[in-house]
Every structure is written in C-alpha cells, then in structure tokens.
Design a protein around this ligand. Structure first.
Ligand SMILES: [Fe+2]
Length: 198
C-alpha cells in the first residue's frame, strides 16, 4: 500500500492548468478511487443535460454557478453560490452553467461496466427533447467532448421536430448570470446568443 498523502487543491489545479479548457474544462483528481471527483473550471459552453445513474454532489469553490435541470418536463434554474453544496439525485437531467473563472468540485460514483449514462438536449423554445446519446463511459473526459461536438456540428439534430426552433450550438448558451431559483422562465425567452466562450 502506498502511503496516504494530503495535498492542496489549488496546487493540484496549478499542476493541471492545461486540462481546464472549454468546452468541458475538468480534471479527475483520483484515477484509482471508487469516486469520480472532478475539479471543474468555468466558463463551460455546454448545452446538454447529463443523466447520471447515480447521485452527484456539487460544491462551489469559487464563484456562483447555475444548474439547469428538468423537473416533470419543465426546466428549472437553481443557483449554487460560492461555498454552497447541492445534491443532484440519480437520473435527474441536469446542465451546469459556469461563468468564467468559477471553480467547482463535482463528486460522482464511478460507473460500473454494465451502467450507462445519457446526454440529452432539450429545445430552448418548447423543452421538447431534441437528441440524446447513451453510452458506456470508459473515459468521461474524451467521450463527453466527442458527443457535444457531434451535436454542435449537426443542424438536423439542433432543429426541433416539435416547434421548428433551431437550437444554438454550444457557444450560444442561456444567460449565465446567477439568478434566484425559478420554476422555469417564460417560454421562448431562453437561449439568447452570447459571445463564444474564450
Ligand atoms: Fe421546440
């Protein structure tokens, strides 16, 4: 058994600076753990919702983020402020929105070989499902990136079959400014273009 070692979180960040780039910008801390614990840096440019077979823990180290999630077919926005924790129950479709230079910790349970997880995209205008991808994730850092880029590249996948709305690609996300929790914004007001992430 190797000796157990404690280390500084911000020193870990400094040593892996290259990993914290859009569109995902994360780094797994311990590769040989039952947990997948990741440090995540904003901005992120993701428009997909993640459906995890297990619970997830969100903790904001620096700055505030907004977690968008689906509740009974409607979008909800929940702000997680610096220093706050939030538990996202298993199978809750959720989409994290992280402003620039925010830093967070996410703890998930590592997937077992028989488990799958899903990425989903919902229409910004009517909340209908646009596209989903279910996969076994051997390497979350590369598989996530590939699925997001494939959606962004396809106008067909980004066009809503229910209302005809054409979804922005990942660089055009919702308003990233933290806001109070709401039970869904008025329809058709989300998805305003914003400048591409740096
Ligand atoms: Fe739609």
């Amino acid at each position: 058994m190797q000796p157990l070692a404690a280390f500084g979180l911000w020193r870990f960040v400094e040593e892996h600076r290259h990993a914290f780039e859009p569109p995902v910008g994360n780094k797994v801390i311990w590769e040989d753990s039952q947990f997948t614990a990741m440090i995540v840096r904003g901005p992120n440019a993701r428009r997909d919702f993640h459906v995890d077979p297990s619970d997830e823990i969100f903790y904001m180290l620096r700055g505030d983020m907004v977690l968008e999630y689906m509740q009974d077919g409607r979008r909800v926005h929940q702000t997680i402020r610096e220093g706050e924790l939030m538990l996202v129950p298993a199978l809750t479709p959720h989409s994290p929105h992280r402003p620039a230079d925010t830093w967070g910790l996410v703890v998930e349970i590592k997937r077992k070989p028989h488990e799958t997880e899903t990425l989903r995209w919902y229409c910004d205008a009517c909340d209908a499902l646009l596209h989903d991808v279910t996969m076994h994730v051997a390497d979350i850092e590369t598989e996530l990136r590939h699925a997001i880029e494939a959606f962004d590249a396809s106008l067909e996948l980004r066009t809503c079959r229910h209302c005809g709305h054409v979804q922005d690609h990942s660089a055009g996300g919702p308003d990233m400014a933290p806001r109070p929790p709401t039970l869904g914004a008025p329809r058709g007001t989300r998805g305003a273009p914003r400048p591409p992430a740096p």
